[in-house]
Design a protein around this ligand. Sequence first.
Ligand code: AMP
Length: 208
Amino acid sequence: MKLVIMGPPGSGKGTQAVKLAQQFNLCHISTGDLFREARRQETPLGKLVKEIMDKGELVSDELTTQVLENRLSKEDAKKGFVLDGYPRNLSQLNSFNEITNIDFVIELIVRDEEVVRRITSRRTCEACGAIFNTIFIKPMKPGICDKCQRKLVQREDAKPEVVKERLRIYHDQTDPITKSYMEKGILLRINGEQPIQKVFEDILKKLN
Ligand code: AMP
């Protein structure tokens, strides 16, 4: 099965993608994670995308599609995948349609004000990258990573002005994509403002 999961930043896409990958033995592919990994390892790709990501902007379509195609060509992606973070605009949608056919698109619906509240409360470990939250997944000691005891910071892309810019881009560029998938009859719309397990159950119900 080939799935795409969509939703604004902070809608819980990543969490649901991991659960879906486990449930159906699929490969979880996130373009954001691919870029973040490249940054952590300071590869040439990582250096190229650092500034763009810090400003909350999108990496070029050509580069993103190339990175994704490369990932999809790996052996483990043959069993099926749940893709998170792509396609993000109409140009990517057109490229994607040429690369592969997908079965369903899951759209998590979360209001803008809830997105801002969720993301600005995120804290990331500066050393190991573990993610905590001042509202939901609180660290045992405020400001300190549970896993490696280093300092937790508010990532550049979790600052309010950056989140608002990401939301603006998100609506601008992804609304036409969900519309296109809706017309194809493969869009499953899910209320993302529910507990994680309830969101997951709603997705399973719709997939069945
Ligand atoms: P995400 O974790 O999906 O929000 O992605 C983090 C960052 O990676 C984004 O803000 C973009 O800079 C970049 N990125 C991830 N996916 C894409 C994409 N499909 N197209 C362009 N840039 C992307």
